[in-house]
Design a protein around this ligand. Structure first.
Ligand SMILES: [Cu+2]
Length: 688
């Protein structure tokens, strides 16, 4: 008896232990997890629609036969949140059970009745308006939901959870400090009790990472640095004995994707820092400009694929990765794809990170001072934008995608502000096409030595478009089986940093334009079927949902700094029962390069080389009264000047560091100017 019991106890303990091993813990939110794993239907519960980031809706009520009848169902203004030149509106609204949740560029969150547009509650972030480490517009790309909470990152580098019913803060976890250069702009991903968030700051000498937080408490469960510490995997791609990798950028500012079967989390990491100066960081510089897979539960490294070795062009992998399944060469394959600023779509096997269609390492131009990589990956298939620049007057050299440069400017295309930027790339399993927004724009690249200072811009050069350079875009259907163009539209404006799109089983691609137009396109043929003027820059990605049997298409229209489109705070919803007509068109975005950004008033000093950016006028655009005097002060390291461009005849001459020259503007007019030694440096004075 006694010996029997002795045998029984360890046996029971072993069975219990085995049960712990094989029976997974119950999901914290089984319903959201199921929606995240399923094709997208009436609800849209995460930024990319579901865990694949495909942005493909199975709803068919609105389709190619009836889309011409589509009209505005409602339009709601979000009480001035995110209105102002510094903001962009890039969020995908989320919808669950007839309630919509949307976040603005000021990190303010609104809950709306998804059928009527009525505001149900508001969360005002109260974020510090003096945050000085925002790179490229105050922006928030969206929310995640699960366990009755909404999750999002703020520009002050906090991840916040709100109660979905009330908008009250449940928890708030700082990932970093904005004062150190860190901000959060991407939408997080919720799945199975964890919230995954990236971090931005690639132009501020930061160390990129992905952080997983406990969805209930906000506790940080793990973090994975995109830049290896000494002795860690990948550290051999940085110069030994230096700490350059600790401020090498590789930020993650797009929503990850997740394969629950493989248990893997996927994301793309951004450009290397300092962006345009590779002289001190010899090596491939992992994991800059790379697609990465980690174990979703633990953050353990599984594989990576680097799109650009030793990046010196700001070829930031910024668009969200997309998971898809396809039969390629007769074999069912598990794919992952990402649209790069290089203009290529990178298509890999998501089980192992190996190219699915073929990517070839080819020799590229060399510049020993930049420690350039010997070869670069060239994907098989078609780029979506031209990859060579046209010569321009005033520049000695124009080159193609991996053309090298040092201190004399060289014009390169696509450039780090061309190709596909943060905009998502939808995928339709019906057509097998990726839908790729692209920007065509040359950049004048020049390197200069930059000193690292915590919380200051740290880019080591410039890629400004030469003043007067033409800018436009493309919208391309890329066949996922071949990586070749199925159809392509030339667009009048840049759309790679906006013009978000979404595809449906109704055979439609919905996409916005920075001139305010919202379009429906035949997903198979590319034919435009419908167009509607929203009145604001239509640069956010649309979302599809259903309430009470009625299908809606919604888009946040509030413009975009990258696109130069008209700012606002509107959310437009469309349906076949809609009654609202179009608004007046907003001012169109520029199609020729020139000074951009907010117009400052009450300013009497223009800093040349200000904000730790050598080739800049700060502020770049000012409005003054006739008879006012502007004091041009060189705070940079190099000699700079301001010289009238086209209109007017004034010149500060070239001033060394610390010197200033005053110019009085007596006649009203619009005065552009450039720095003659650095013609990619320009500004604007509006005299009234
Ligand atoms: Cu200059």
């Amino acid at each position: 008896m006694r010996s029997d019991r002795q045998r029984w106890i360890p046996a029971a303990a072993t069975v219990g232990f085995l049960l712990l091993l094989v029976v997974p813990a119950p999901a914290a939110d089984p319903e959201i997890d199921r929606l995240l794993r399923s094709p997208v239907g009436k609800d849209w519960v995460t930024n990319g629609g579901n865990l694949t980031n495909q942005r493909y809706s199975t709803l068919t009520q609105i389709n190619t036969t009836n889309v011409k009848q589509l009209k505005g169902a409602w339009m709601t203004r979000l009480k001035g949140s995110g209105v102002g030149g510094k903001y962009s509106f890039e969020a995908s609204p989320l919808v669950k059970n007839g309630i919509m949740y949307v976040v603005t560029g000021n990190d303010d969150v609104f809950a709306l009745n998804a059928k009527t547009g009525e505001i149900l509650w508001e969360y005002w972030s109260g974020i510090d308006q003096k945050i000085s480490t925002v790179c490229c517009g105050w922006v928030n790309r969206g929310l995640a939901m699960g366990e009755g909470l909404l999750y999002f990152g703020q520009l002050d580098a906090n991840v916040v959870a709100l109660d979905m019913k009330t908008g009250k803060v449940k928890w708030k976890t700082p990932i970093e400090k904005w004062e150190n250069g860190y901000t959060i702009t991407s939408a997080p991903l919720y799945y199975d009790g964890l919230v995954y968030s990236g971090i931005s700051g690639g132009e501020f000498g930061v160390r990129g990472r992905v952080t997983a937080l406990d969805a209930k408490t906000g506790e940080i469960k793990w973090r994975w640095y995109t830049l290896p510490g000494p002795g860690e995997r990948g550290s051999e791609t940085w110069p030994p004995g230096t700490d350059h990798s600790m401020r090498g950028g590789a930020t993650v500012w797009n929503t990850p994707a997740l394969d629950p079967q493989l248990g893997l989390l996927y994301f793309a990491a951004g450009n290397c820092g300092p962006d345009y100066d590779g002289s001190m960081r010899e090596g491939d510089n992992l994991y800059c400009t790379s697609m990465v897979a980690l174990k979703a539960k633990t953050g353990e490294y599984v594989w990576h694929f680097q799109q650009v070795h030793h990046d010196i062009w700001d070829y930031d992998a910024a668009s969200p990765v997309v998971l898809f399944d396809a039969v390629i060469d007769g074999q069912p394959r598990k794919g992952i794809a990402e649209a790069g600023r290089t203009g290529w779509v990178y298509i890999l096997d998501r089980t192992n990170g190996k190219p699915l269609i073929g990517i070839e390492e080819r020799p590229v131009p060399q510049e020993p001072r930049q420690k350039t990589a010997k070869t670069q990956p060239y994907p098989k298939g078609d780029p979506t934008v031209p990859q060579c620049a046209e010569p321009m007057p005033g520049y000695e050299k124009a080159g193609c995608i991996f053309e090298v440069f040092w201190e004399t400017p060289v014009i390169v295309q696509p450039s780090g502000l061309g190709g596909t930027n943060w905009s998502p790339m939808p995928y339709s399993p019906d057509t097998g096409y990726f839908y790729v927004p692209g920007t065509i724009r040359p950049g004048a690249f020049a390197r200069y030595g930059d000193t690292f200072r915590v919380g200051q811009r740290y880019v080591g050069g410039t890629q400004a478009a030469p003043i007067g350079a033409p800018m436009s875009g493309t919208f391309t259907a890329i066949d996922g089986k071949t990586n070749t163009i199925a159809w392509q539209h030339k667009t009048p404006y840049r759309i790679g940093g906006g013009g978000g799109s979404t595809v449906t089983a109704g055979g439609l691609v919905f996409r916005g334009e920075p001139d305010g137009n919202f379009l429906a396109i035949d997903a198979k043929t590319g034919q435009e079927l419908w167009r509607f003027q929203t009145g604001f820059g239509a640069d956010a990605p649309p979302v599809i949902y259903e309430v009470d049997g009625e299908q809606f298409v919604v888009i946040a229209t509030g413009g975009n700094q990258l696109q130069g489109s008209a700012n606002g705070d509107a959310v437009w919803a469309f349906s076949l029962k809609g009654q609202l007509g179009p608004l007046w068109p907003p001012p169109p975005p520029p199609t020729v390069a020139g000074p951009v950004g907010p117009i400052a008033t009450g300013v009497d000093t223009i800093k040349m080389g200000g904000n730790n950016v050598e080739y800049s006028f700060v502020p770049a655009r000012v409005r003054i009264k006739a008879g006012s005097t502007l004091n041009f002060t060189n705070v940079g390291d190099l000699p700079h000047g301001a010289t009238a461009w086209q209109e007017g005849n004034w010149d500060t001459g070239v001033l060394p560091n610390g010197q200033a020259k005053s110019i009085t503007f007596s006649k009203p007019g619009n005065y552009y100017y450039i720095c003659t030694p650095h013609p990619w440096m320009y500004g604007q004075v509006i005299v009234e």
